[in-house]
Each structure stands twice: as C-alpha cells, then as structure tokens.
Design a protein. Structure first.
Length: 379
C-alpha cells in the first residue's frame, strides 16, 4: 500500500534542496562577478583563485615539491641480549693473598734475601689486587732490585772469616786483634790488617782466642766508630759501610746502611756499577803542617789516633777499586801522613816507647802500600 503522505514530504524536500542549490549557484556567480569587477581580473582567474582558497583544487602556480626518495628498508638487526657483568679475572689476586705475599717478601727483605723478595713482589704486581698494595709492591721491589745488584757481586770468599781471631796485649801496652796464622812454642805468627808479623811470646802480656760471636761484637764496635766519624756522608759512604757490615754478617746494620744510601741517591746501584758517574768533589789538598802547641801528651795521642783511623777508613774504601778509587787513595795518604807527623813528634819525647815505634812502622807500611796500588792502577 502506497504511503501518499511520505511521498508528498519527499517531493517537498527535493524541491527545497534544488531551490537551495540554485540560489547558492546564483550567489556564487554573483560573488565571482563582483570579485572580478572589484579587483580587475578576468572571471576565470577569479574562479580559480576562489577554488584554491576553498581548498577544492591545487594552485597551479605553486612550486612543485619533489617527493623524497623512499628510504631503503633497514635490515633486521639480530636481537642482542643485555650484557651481564664480567666475572673477575681468574688471574686477579685477592687482597688477602696479596697481603700474605707482601708479608713474606718483607721478611725476606729484612734477611737481605732480595732476589727472593723481588720474585714474590712480582707476583703481587701481576695480580693487581688494589692500587695501594700494588704501589707498595712497586716501591719495595725497586729497592730489592737495587740492593740485590749491590750485594750479589760479593763472593763467599769475600766474607769475613769470624773464626781464628786472637786478641793480644803487647808488653808495650798496645792491644791488637789479628788472625792467627801459626802458634809456636816461643812465638805467634799473625796477620794484622793485611800484614803478617811474628811476635815472641815474651813480647805478649796477654793472649786470648776469640769466638766467632766475640769477633762479631768487635766488628760491630768498629762499625759504630766508622759511623760516628762520618761527616756529611754520601751515598757511597753508606754503601761501603753496608758492605763492611754484610761481610762481617752484621745483616741488620748492613740493611740500615743500604737504606740510608738509597735515601741519599736511589741510583746508588748505578753509581757503584759505573753506569752513573760519581759526583765530583774538590780535589784533596796536601796536608797542612799540624800545630801541636798547647796540646798535652794525651791530646796529641788522641789527635794522632784520629788521623790514623781516618786513613784506615779511606784505605779500606780503595779495596773495591771503585770509581772513586783515586780520591779515596789520596785521602788515605794525607790522613796517614798527618798521623805519622804527630806520632813522630810525640816520640821525640818518648824515644823508648815501643808502642809508638810499632804504630809508626805500621803507618809507613800503609803509605808504601798506597804508593804501590797507585802504580798498579796506572799501569
């Protein structure tokens, strides 16, 4: 059944829509005409401008943008799992292990086993425990390497034999410590300061054989005297005293002297080997005349003994034929000459003093020895 009411409504709506479009077209045409007349432009151009403004078409005069070329697709990246923390190196040393090795190395160092100590310290350096322990190992290892260079050339036969020593007090009052060579029924043959001499028993008021420990105590006393006589000592002075102690098995004292030499000059091993020149000092001057006026007998003897001890020290410093041989040889010569001059002056008042005679003879032999070793070195 046809619904006439609906049909009428549709007809009215259609008529209304058509009339609306008609009026809109007329208004559009009238607007374009007005725009064209007011702006003095042709109607087609005006139509085109309005259509562009309303967005119904593109401006033909606008610059054409070139489209960007398409980017090639990125290759698929493999999935990378998150990195896990690296495990500690199997060669890295723990702090506890490093401290234990350092303690063992320090014990070897104090016993002058420098090569063994250096080997242990190298393990610590390779293990890289902590910056503090590593630096501690570096500093100690430097001293171990240097001190080993100083001690290693000393041969077993260079060590002081602590046995076979005797202490004799002569009838003249002189007391000497010498190495026993031969003991006879009426005489004793000894080596005193590198010179052999025979004493008749009637010349000896007391005679004592020394144990190794007794002689070691005497060596320590001699070391202390040498140390006291130092006046502004150099690294070489401390080194020579360290070797004296080492040969006499005074190992604690030897280490102390090595460390003092190191404090003076960390290149002490290069000084001794000749890789570094010994600092030059002023050439020793010939001894000046000694004024003994105003000194009594005891003071004169003390002065003579002082010069004699200095001569002995400098003469011992020449035995290793080091780079400062010439300077030490000359210092020994000058000191002995001073001592000889004083002793001779003293003897003028004591012509029958056998002790003075023996000491003068000993000094004269030392001066002869100095002249001989000077000639040997120059040849």
């Amino acid at each position: 059944m046809i619904n006439y009411g609906l049909m009428k409504t549709l007809k009215k709506t259609l008529v209304f829509t058509l009339l609306t479009l008609l009026f809109a077209s007329a208004g559009f045409i009238w607007g374009v005409s007005e725009y064209s007349l007011n702006n003095g432009i042709p109607t087609p151009v005006a139509v085109n401008a309005i259509m562009v403004y309303l967005g119904f078409q593109r401006d033909k005069n606008a610059p054409v943008e070139k489209p960007e070329p398409p980017k090639p697709p990125e290759p698929d990246k493999p999935h990378k799992p998150p990195e896990s923390p690296k495990p500690p190196s199997p060669h890295r040393m723990t702090v506890e292990a490093a401290q234990k090795i350092l303690s063992d190395a320090e014990a070897d160092y104090k016993l002058l086993r420098f090569e063994s100590a250096s080997g242990q310290l190298t393990k610590v350096l390779k293990g890289e425990p902590t910056p503090e322990l590593t630096q501690q190992a570096i500093e100690l290892n430097k001293k171990c390497i240097a001190f080993n260079r100083l001690i290693k050339p000393i041969r077993l036969e260079d060590m002081t034999d602590l046995s076979g020593m005797v202490r004799m007090k002569l009838s003249s009052g002189q007391e000497i410590v010498a190495r026993l060579i031969e003991e006879g029924n009426s005489s004793v043959r000894v080596n005193h300061q590198g010179m052999e001499k025979t004493y008749q028993l009637k010349e000896i008021s007391s005679y004592t054989k020394l144990s190794a420990e007794d002689y070691k105590k005497l060596l320590k006393t001699e070391y202390e005297k040498k140390l006291i006589r130092f006046d502004n000592p150099s690294a070489m002075d401390y080194y020579r005293l360290a070797i004296f102690c080492y040969k006499g098995q005074l190992y604690d004292e030897s280490l102390n002297m090595l460390e003092l030499a190191w404090e003076k000059d960390e290149a002490i091993a290069d000084l001794v080997s000749g890789d570094k020149p010994v600092p030059q000092t002023d050439d020793p001057k010939p001894p000046e005349p000694i004024d003994l006026s105003g000194l009594d007998d005891k003071e004169q003897i003390a002065l003579a003994q002082k010069y004699y001890a200095e001569g002995k020290d400098h003469l011992e410093n020449t035995f290793n034929k080091g780079p400062d041989f010439d300077a030490e040889n000359e210092k020994a010569r000058n000191a002995f000459k001073k001592s000889l001059e004083v002793y001779r002056e003293i003897r003028k008042n004591k012509p029958n003093d056998d002790t003075l005679a023996l000491r003068i003879e000993e000094i004269e032999k030392s001066l002869i020895f100095i002249r001989k070793q000077t000639r040997i070195k120059k040849q």
